[in-house]
Structure formats: C-alpha cells, structure tokens
Design a binder for this molecule. Sequence first.
Ligand code: F6R
Length: 609
Amino acid sequence: MCGIVGYIGQQEASPIIIDGLRRLEYRGYDSAGICTLNGGEPQIYRAEGKLVNLENILRETPATGTRGIGHTRWATHGRPSEINAHPHQASNIVVVHNGIIENYLKLKERLKASGHTFKSETDTEIIAHLVEEHYRQCGDFEKAVRLALAEAEGAYAVAILCQDEPDKLIAAKQGAPLVIGQGQGEYFVASDIPALLSHTREMIFLEDGEIAIFTPDEMRITDMAGGLLTKESKTITWSPLMAEKGGYKHFMLKEIYEQPRAIADTIAGRLKSDEGDVYLEDLDIDDEQLAGLEKIFIIACGTSWHAGLVGKFYIEKLARVPVEIDIASEFRYRDPIVNDKSLTILISQSGETADTLAGLREAKGKGGKAVCICNVVDSSIARESDGVIYTHAGPEIGVASTKAFTTQLVALYLLAIKLGRVRGLLSADDCRKKVESLVALPRQLEKSLELDDEIEKIARDYMNARDFLYLGRGNQYPIALEGALKLKEISYIHAEGYPAGEMKHGPIALIDETLPVVVLVPRNATYDKVVSNMEEVCARGGKVIAVASGDEDELRDKVSALIQVPETTEDLMPILTSVPMQLLAYHIAVLKGTDVDQPRNLAKSVTVE
Ligand code: F6R
C-alpha cells in the first residue's frame, strides 16, 4: 500500500523524506518519487522499482529545499511505471496520494473538457488538476484544496505543495491513515509512525474529514469546511530500533523470534490470578451486556481470519455463545443478521484493512456492538470500534504476519475466558488454570524456536517441491490454512490447507511421492483420527512432515520428518504449532531467494477494497 512522507521546516527535506519512505517499505510498493521546493519550479524526481533507483537519480541531480513530499506507490489505477509514480503535478500544484478516488473518471472528463491534459493513468493526477483549477479561480491554496477535496469521492490521504505558496504544506485524510509528527520549528506527515520515529515522538493522528495546514512555525487542523479543531498529541513510546531488523536477516525472522516477548506483553496486566479472572482494559462493554449476548460474529481477512477460526473454537468452548466467522469482504455484502444482542469482533493487525473496516461499519450500522483485536494503536478500526483489545506485538514490518497472528490468538483466548466468566460457565478455579497455561506459554514458545535449525534442514529437503498440502483437525485446521498461506505468500509455492478428515473427499487424488504433506498431529481429542489420515498419505507414497507435541517417537518410523513442539493445553497448542509453520515457510523462501519481507504483489496494509 502506498506510503506518504512530507516535511516542512529548516532542514533539507530530501534525506528526511527518503529515510521515512524506507521505513514505510514494509507497506509494499512498486515505484517511488519526491518533490521539493526551493524557491523555483517544483523539483520532482520519480523512479520505477525500489527506492534505491530514486536515490541513484537524486545522487546525480539532488532535490533541494526545506519543504517536500515523497511517496512509495502500490499500483491501483495504472500499471507500475515512472509516469504513474507520484508526485503528480498540475502547473503549480504537486500531490502525493494514498487511496482511490472513486469518481475519477467523471472528474477527468470534466477537467479534460475545460482544457486540462493528463500525463499519467492515475486517479491522483485528477486531484492535482482539481486543486490547480480552483487555485486559478480563487488564488488561495488552502481554499483550493478544500474545494477540490469536496469534489473527490473515495478514500484518500494526501500531501500537497503549491509553488506559489512555498511556505505551506497541506495534508488531508479521508479513509486512509495519516499521522503528523511535531518537531521544533518543523512538521512531518507520514502514513505510519515508523517513518517519523527518528525525528519525533510527539504525534497527532488525523481523523477522516480533517485537513492539516503547516508552515514551519505553525500547524492548524480544520474540518473540511475550515472550522478550527483542537487535537491532542500523543507521545509514542516505540523506539526507532524496535522498528528495525535488530540483527536478524529479515524482519520476518526477527518477528518470529519476538513472539515470546510479544505474547508476554499481550498477557501483561490482564491476568487477575487471585480473583480468577482476566481484565481487558479497553473492552468498554459491561459484563451485563457480555452475559446477554446471543451471537458473536468474527470478521477479518487473511491471517487474521485464520486467528478468528481458532477464536470460534475458544469462544464456543469456554463461553457457549454461537460464533459465525466471515471473511470481511463477504460479510460486508451479505446483509448479515446483526442486532443489539450480537457482538462483532473485528480482527486486524494494521487496523486499516478496508474490507474489515467496512465490516465494522456494516455491523455497527445494524445496531450491533463491535470490538476489535488490533495491533496498531489509534488505527481506523481501533478508533471506530466500541472497544479494543490491543495485541501488544509491536510494529510488524514483514508483510507475512507472524507475531501479530499468535498475539491475536492470545487476545481471543483472553476474551473467551472473560466471556466464560461473565456467563457463569467458568469458575474462578477454571480461570486460574487457564491463566497458568498462558503464563507458561512464552517459555514454551522459546523452546519451539529452538527447532529452527532442524526445520531449516527439512526446508532444504523439500524446497523444490511444486505443491504442498497441510492437514489438521479441530483447532489445528486453521493452523494448516495458515501454514499453507505463509508458504505460498513468501515462497510462491502452491500450497493448500485442508481439514484432515476432508482429504479423502478430493485432495487424496494429488498424493504421490512428489507431494510433501504437513500434518498437524499434536496430542488432542482427534489425535488417532489424524494419525489414520496420515497413514492414508504414507500408504500412497506421500512425504509426511508431522508436527507433533511432546515425545512421539512411535510416529518417527512412519513419517519423513518429525517436528516436536513442547506440550501445552489443547487450547493453546495452535500457538505453538504456528511456529514451525512460520519457520518452514521462512526457510524455504530464503533458500529459494525470494524477497521474504516484501513478497511480490503483496502489501502490508490493504487499504483498498
Ligand atoms: C498474511 C497477511 C495478510 C493479512 C491480511 C489482513 O501473512 O499478513 O493475509 O493478515 O491482509 O491484514 P490485517 O490483519 O492488517 O487486517
């Protein structure tokens, strides 16, 4: 997803912008560009591909000046190319933009009819021309931006410069994220916090419909009509180092290894062992309402949806409330039967996923309460939900979600315990036992991480396979789906996850000696059944990589490879079996030489439908 960085102050803007864009690389992009102002014509440079291509251009012809805007583009309208890269210019106006202008074709026709000519295929260029047209008529940059944005429909975050008013930078937000950093005699804007952390920790989060007008000495935030707004800044405690690789080869590996810490942080302060209860500080829904719930919906996309599938097991088991789980892009269009006795749980690492946000609005619009499980403080989904359970995973930079997923499972488990308590289904003692199992989890995760070298060897043996099959039952089935997703997204190997019992209804036809089959077979209620499914694979020559718990030496003779994670409860086992799924995908991708942290065609934060 696109990244925006803007600067106005006393320093050279270009290095600040390039550094900020680099810290937004995790969002995924296919081209980059920058514009600075230094008293003359806007200095605009753009390049297809990675940031280094833009930097090479800037080394030859530096962009100078203390005001500037920059952008990394993830193509939506128009192919990835230099001509479609941002910034886009119309005469004296220069724009960078994240999002989609839905009525751009209509606006383009109108602008063309009044003599505007366009260079790119983008919707963004329309914004530049609209502002330019209004500026020509009213001669006031701020007013021209307001009038232009009033005509634009859709989701956007923009940063805009005007050659004739070089002491102003204007930014606006409608449906895509934008954060402001406050320095001494300088201001920054960016799509996300890590871009600004090395300059300031004082940040303001723009809301939809807000415009910020900066000069080097002053900032005003207004609504779209120009009404002045007062907004508090927040001090962000993430260190810049937290957003860096910290010595690991890839962000993904660092994030896999951060899981014991991330899970400990997600549990911290939430366990009330003496009372046998859990405490969810921002849930903001009273116990009476939780006790009266008749239905729960879980809505999410991708990996977060897999977490939701495990969450259904947790909630139905511990709190006996029926749970319906939907992929957000389906939920939002299926006219779901939501009412005031239902609770909708949105799960999103980024808190900005467009479909999940739309699902939240759909559920709330129908009169239901909605809470989210989210990793990014003050993200759109967190702000619009009635309550939040934050996963304290820290910034997740690798596109493939790892620590966000396992912390989501922990958050869901905490919520299920809370629901079980308020609904009278769990005693204080039951709760204490579950709390104990959670407390032991970080240590068990550390043990699972010790399997790393062993898993790398397995990866070497199977890296050339064309397809993989992942099988699991019960709460391990979502982990099979997650294992397959991890593998396909970073190694580009085709992989499918299946409920183990469903194999004989079709996928069994695929099995031969070339097909590795990852079977999740920890000790649980369906252990024997999964072992039988595994035997069916072996009998057909399939190569089984078994993921078991504890000492399962009798499995060793049957399978091609055996990975043994530590013991925990059946409920928490999906968290431990996730680790070999992540490591296997990671090592295969590294061996194949793919771009692990920024796999092709993927974006970290999917803010378009
Ligand atoms: C896969 C992955 C994606 C995200 C999905 C939802 O590794 O990261 O499938 O899980 O795009 O994103 P969030 O959780 O930010 O809503």
